[in-house]
Write a protein that binds this ligand. Structure first.
Ligand SMILES: NC(=O)c1ccc[n+]([C@@H]2O[C@H](COP(=O)([O-])OP(=O)(O)OC[C@H]3O[C@@H](n4cnc5c(N)ncnc54)[C@H](OP(=O)(O)O)[C@@H]3O)[C@@H](O)[C@H]2O)c1
Length: 288
C-alpha cells in the first residue's frame, strides 16, 4: 500500500494524482488533517484516512500496512520537529515498510536557512530510526513567486537575493519526481538535491515583464528593508523574517541546484520556468 501524507495540500494532492497514473487506486492511501477535501479521491477508490502529526493514534492507523510512504513535511513551521518525530516513531512501528521518501529542503544538513533546521532534524530522526529513507531535498516552487503577479507587473519586484539563483521547479514536477522515487526510481539511502535551471530575481522580473509586454523592474534591498517591505505588505513579522532569510540564503547559493537530479528522476526535463511564468501572466491578465 502506497501512503501519501499531506494529500490535502497542494504538493500531496499532485503526488496522489501522479501516483494514480502508475498504480491502481486500491493501492493508494491519501492522508491529511482536512480529509473532507479528499472525498473525490475516496469516490475513485483511494483509501482516505486522517493523519495528524500531533495525533500518534491517527498516524498508526494511517500507516497500517504501508509499504511505500511519501512523507510530506508539515506546514506548521516552528512546531515541526516534534510533529515529524511522531511521524518517524509511527513509521518505525510499521513492519511492512519498504521505503519512505521525505520532502526536505536543499542541502538540509549544511544550509543555514532558518527553514532548514527542522528538515535537518527530521532527516536525522529518519537516520537514527534506521528507516529505509530517500531524501527529496526540494528547491523552491516556481509558484512561490507568482502569487501577486498583478502587483508585481504594476509595481515591480523587490527582494534581497542579489545575484543569487533560485533553481525553482513547479510543484507538479516535484510531485512527479517524488512518485518516481517511490515507485522504483530510488533506493533507501538516496539523497536528491532537486531543482531546475532557474533565475535570479532580476531575470525573473525581466521574464514576467516579457510575458506581460511591459518592463518589470527588480529592486534589491537589504534583508532588513525587505523584511520591512513584506511586513508593510501585510505579512506577519515572523513569516516576513523567514522569507527575507530565504532571500539571504539564495544570495549565498543555498537555493541553487545546478545538478540534474530532478530531470533524472522525472526521466525528462522539468517544465521551464519561462513557460510557467507565461501561463501565469496570461491567467493574471485575463482575471480582473
Ligand atoms: N519548496 C517550497 O517552495 C515550499 C514552499 C512551501 C512549503 N513547503 C513545504 O512543503 C510542504 C508541501 O507543500 P504544499 O505546497 O503542499 O503545502 P500546503 O498546501 O500548505 O500543504 C501542507 C500539507 O501538510 C499537511 N499538514 C500540515 N501540518 C500537518 C500536521 N500537523 N499533521 C498532518 N498533516 C499536516 C496539511 O494538511 P491539512 O491541509 O489537512 O491540514 C497539508 O496537506 C509544506 O507543508 C512545507 O513543509 C515547501
Amino acid at each position: 500500500m502506497y501512503v501519501i501524507t499531506g494529500a490535502t495540500g497542494a504538493l500531496g494532492r499532485l503526488a496522489v494524482e501522479s501516483l494514480l497514473e502508475r498504480v491502481p487506486a486500491e493501492q493508494v492511501r491519501a492522508t491529511g488533517r482536512r480529509v473532507g477535501t479528499l472525498d473525490d479521491l475516496a469516490a475513485r477508490g483511494v483509501d482516505v484516512r486522517r493523519a495528524d502529526y500531533t495525533d500518534p493514534a491517527s498516524l498508526a492507523e494511517a500507516f497500517a500496512g504501508a509499504t511505500r510512504v511519501l512523507f510530506v513535511s508539515g506546514s506548521d513551521a516552528g512546531a515541526r520537529l516534534e510533529q515529524h518525530r511522531a511521524v518517524v516513531d509511527a513509521l518505525s512501528a510499521v513492519g511492512t515498510l519498504e521505503l519512505v521518501a521525505y520532502t526536505s529542503i536543499l542541502y538540509a544538513q549544511t544550509s543555514d536557512l532558518v527553514l532548514a533546521a527542522e528538515h535537518a532534524g527530521t532527516e536525522r530522526f529518519l537516520a537514527e530510526a534506521g528507516l529505509p529513507a530517500v531524501l527529496l531535498r526540494n528547491g523552491w516552487y516556481v509558484e512561490n513567486f507568482l502569487g501577486a503577479l498583478p502587483v508585481t507587473i504594476e509595481h515591480g519586484m523587490v527582494g534581497a537575493s542579489g545575484d543569487g539563483r533560485f533553481d525553482a521547479a513547479t510543484r507538479a514536477d516535484f510531485a512527479a519526481a517524488a512518485v518516481a522515487a517511490l515507485t522504483g526510481g530510488a533506493t533507501a539511502g538516496d539523497v536528491f538535491e532537486l531543482g531546475a535551471p532557474g533565475f535570479t530575481r532580476a531575470e525573473l522580473a525581466a521574464g514576467i515583464g516579457q510575458a506581460a509586454g511591459r518592463p518589470v523592474t527588480y529592486t534589491d534591498l537589504s534583508v532588513e528593508d525587505y523584511t520591512a517591505a513584506l511586513v508593510g505588505a501585510g505579512l506577519p513579522e515572523g513569516f516576513a523574517a523567514v522569507l527575507a532569510d530565504s532571500d539571504r540564503g539564495a544570495a549565498a547559493g543555498l537555493l541553487a541546484a545546478p545538478g540534474d537530479d530532478l530531470a533524472r528522476l522525472l526521466g525528462r526535463p522539468a517544465q521551464p520556468w519561462t513557460q510557467v511564468v507565461e501561463q501565469a501572466v496570461r491567467a493574471a491578465l485575463v482575471t480582473p
